[in-house]
Design a protein around this ligand. Structure first.
Ligand code: ATP
Ligand code: MG
Length: 425
């Protein structure tokens, strides 16, 4: 009788087999497996240096409710801001605010609004994975370097207007617009963030009654009426912010909230002389005590001071989660993001199983990949514009040179004489 001898595999064989299996795994599966098994990674979790696919690198700041850390997505290789909230410290009210903040952020996609990619949760903490704004707060910049010139203010203010208009068009009001919640990003881009007080309203004319925001930016109706309209309150705060940008000071200042409230209700503020007439006019039309008299966002956009400004449009991607159906992708960026997911080894089955939720790591990678593709597109456009500008400048320089040459010849080489030809040109 033949006996089959089964050799027991050695540890070396097991390791080799595991290595082989690991090599056939995509980057996504490999990292998912490591998150459960790799001792070094598990230690990083316990030390608070990692959450999901994100490594935490250092502190960015802290607020009343949250700590914010710099993070790095290990697969997408993208820096993010991680807002960490201690769930044990959240009472019913703050928990409600947080839920609202997350649902508002999920509905918004605009180049001048901080994006949210993913939400993660542990027993003790909640982590919001946000777009990282690398150049700090607008507030700090003005405190450190003083007021902005009107042309720089115009460039930033038009981006802010565009962001707030995008929110209002989606029936979302911010209710905490202030220089501390506006972040600066590379290439002169500005991003409005901290949607902690934001809320979704059935219509933008909905009356609200909860006092929100910071007193120096509060509209008068917040102090005296039983209700207010969120969009008018946001517009008032934009006016205060514009005043702050062009002067480096606040329109209403006082050492107690009571005195501040009185000043805001009196509605008297002084715009310094050096502020241009058109800017002064705009500030005065925004800081009108009666909400109905205040300029609306379209009126602000049509104002003389903002003449010639361009307003960034909302981002075109509408998908918040991957979709295996190629026809569902409406933009090149979404197609690129899908390809990126597949290159990480995310399978069609996994894609099909993604829920409609921010609490899913594949959706998180997809949103990051779309964001990266959009950044590449914007960068390409910027390069193209720069190239065109350089070419135009070069052409102008050349034609000036040619003109001078012709002029010099016509003048018989005289240095300081100007020819008729030159003057006509
Ligand atoms: P507060 O109640 O004081 O407004 P908060 O608890 O709501 O604070 P945030 O304002 O969201 O928290 O964040 C706190 C700080 O973290 C900010 O002031 C800023 O310095 C930093 N920060 C927040 N989000 C980002 C981001 N996306 N990119 C870079 N830094 C950020
Ligand atoms: Mg804040």
């Amino acid at each position: 009788m033949a006996v089959e001898i089964v050799e027991k595999p050695t540890q070396k064989d097991i390791d080799a087999n595991n290595n082989e299996k690991n090599q056939s795994l995509g980057a996504f599966q490999k990292l998912s497996k490591d998150l459960l098994e790799d001792e070094r990674i598990l230690k990083e979790f316990t030390l608070g240096k990692r959450i999901g696919f994100y490594r935490m690198r250092g502190d960015l700041g802290s607020g009343n409710f949250a700590k914010v850390k710099l993070g790095y997505h290990c697969l997408a290789k993208e820096k993010v801001a991680i807002k960490i909230l201690d769930k044990n410290k959240l009472d019913e009210k703050t928990q409600k605010m947080l839920t609202r903040e997350i649902s508002c952020m999920e509905r918004l996609q605009h180049p001048n609004l901080i994006r949210m990619f993913e939400v993660l949760e542990t027993v003790d903490n909640l982590y919001m994975i946000l777009e990282y704004a690398s150049c700090g707060e607008l507030f700090q910049k003005i405190v450190n370097q003083g007021k902005f010139s009107e042309s720089i203010s115009r460039c930033y203010f038009s981006q802010l207007l565009s962001a707030v208009q995008h929110m209002h068009q989606r029936n979302i009001v911010h209710r905490d617009i202030k220089a501390e919640n506006v972040f600066l990003h590379i290439n002169g881009t500005l991003k409005l963030g901290d949607l902690g007080f934001s809320t979704i309203v059935p219509t933008i004319e909905q009356q609200l009654n909860t006092f929100c925001g910071s007193p120096p930016y509060a509209a008068p109706e917040l102090f005296k009426d039983d209700y207010y309209y969120g969009n008018s309150v946001d517009v008032w705060a934009l006016g205060v912010l514009l005043f702050f940008m062009v002067t480096g000071t606040m329109p209403f200042r006082a050492d107690t909230v009571g005195k501040l409230k009185r000043k805001i209700l009196e509605g008297v503020f002084v715009v310094p002389d050096y502020v241009s007439e058109s800017c002064r006019f705009l500030i005065c039309q925004i800081l009108r005590p009666v909400p109905g008299d205040r300029f609306s966002i379209p009126e602000i956009m049509r104002s003389v001071w903002l003449e010639g400004s361009t307003y960034p449009k909302q981002l075109t991607s509408s998908l918040l989660k991957p979709n295996a159906d190629q026809n569902a992708c409406q933009t090149d960026e979404e197609v690129e993001a899908m390809n990126q997911l597949r290159s990480y080894g995310v399978t069609e089955e996994m894609i099909a199983g993604c829920p409609d939720s921010s609490r899913n790591n594949i959706n998180g990678i997809f949103r990051l990949a779309v964001y990266q593709a959009q950044k590449r597109k914007i960068e390409k456009q910027r390069e193209k514009e720069l190239q065109l500008k350089q070419q135009a400048e070069e052409k102008l320089k050349q034609s000036k040179l040619n003109r001078n040459k012709t002029g010099t010849q016509a003048n018989g080489g005289g240095k300081n004489q100007q020819s008729k030809f030159c003057l006509l040109l």
